[in-house]
Design a protein around this ligand. Structure first.
Ligand SMILES: NC(=O)c1ccc[n+]([C@@H]2O[C@H](COP(=O)([O-])OP(=O)(O)OC[C@H]3O[C@@H](n4cnc5c(N)ncnc54)[C@H](OP(=O)(O)O)[C@@H]3O)[C@@H](O)[C@H]2O)c1
Length: 256
């Protein structure tokens, strides 16, 4: 791994870049001069993103695909397009994720399976599929979107399957860092507390209440751009010796 790799013009793949934290990541990497590939399932969200970045789309700085991160055929198609295009990948951000149920005994096994598929198995499968492309980068990095809910059974984390999926993701981050380190690929995670994103579906009162109770630092709700900054740091050469760790971006949510 080079310590002086260029930090502009990187090839970046972000799962679920069409809303919330993912859209902030697209914006931050484009602003940094990188080339971003992203995808999601909902064509309407893809259109919204395309309308926001017309020049990036026409210049090839932004590539959008409609696809489901839990669909193996789609992942194969994505990797094939990266292969026939830039033929390498510098940064992979496993961002797509979802809360699909609530409660503990109330959640169905189907909700559990669907949650683990998108939040845990898909980040593994996408990283596995991209490993060869990443290995061709001068300074490859993977960043996983975890959650404060992975670290403690907070009552404010309403879905047990979600918390467990993110706890599994934290261990996956460390196992992948161990497995991919010898190939020069760093793997880290970020664990936001409550973030003001579409995931909360406009429930801003609830979000603020949770932030007031748990965000000890100035009671502030974390913004998607705050998370994006931390991801950019972990993807940069400033973090070249950091691997296998997950950084909390939670204004103190996990402190007590
Ligand atoms: N918001 C928070 O408070 C918070 C806190 C901690 C961690 N996080 C984590 O941060 C990540 C982003 O969350 P967010 O708040 O930005 O959520 P969001 O606004 O709901 O965005 C989720 C993104 O993922 C995509 N997505 C979901 N399922 C997908 C699938 N099966 N295949 C492809 N794309 C899929 C969505 O697009 P489509 O629906 O069109 O597919 C959307 O672009 C998640 O991993 C989440 O668990 C969020």
């Amino acid at each position: 791994m080079s310590t002086n790799a260029p930090e502009r013009g990187r090839i970046v793949c972000i799962s679920g870049g069409t809303s919330g934290i993912g859209a902030a990541l697209v914006s931050a990497f484009l602003d940094a001069g990188d080339r971003v590939w992203t995808f999601g399932r909902d064509p309407a969200k893809l259109h919204t993103l395309a309308a926001r970045w017309p020049q990036a789309l026409s210049s090839g700085a932004l590539a959008l695909m409609e696809g489901d991160v839990t669909d193996a055929a789609f992942l194969a198609q994505l990797v094939a397009r990266l292969e026939s295009g830039p033929a390498r990948l510098d940064v992979l951000v496993n961002n797509a994720g979802a809360i699909l149920g609530s409660g503990t005994l109330e959640e169905s096994p189907e909700q559990w399976r669907a949650t683990l598929e998108v939040n845990l198995i898909a980040p593994f499968a996408l990283t596995q599929a991209c490993a060869e492309l990443l290995e061709r980068s001068a300074a490859p990095a993977v960043v996983n979107l975890s959650s404060a809910c992975a670290q403690h059974p907070f009552k404010t984390c309403t879905s047990t399957s979600y918390s467990v999926s993110k706890a599994g993701l934290d261990m996956l981050t460390r196992r992948l860092a161990l497995a991919l380190g010898p190939r020069g690929i760093r793997v880290n995670g970020v664990a936001p507390g409550v973030v003001d994103s579409e995931m909360w579906d406009g429930a801003s009162d609830l979000m603020q209440t949770i932030a007031d109770r748990r965000h000890v630092l100035r009671q502030e709700v974390v913004k998607p751009a705050d998370v994006a900054e931390a991801v950019l740091f972990l993807a940069s050469s400033s973090a070249r010796l950091i691997t296998g760790t997950t950084i909390n971006i939670d204004a103190g949510y996990t402190l007590g």
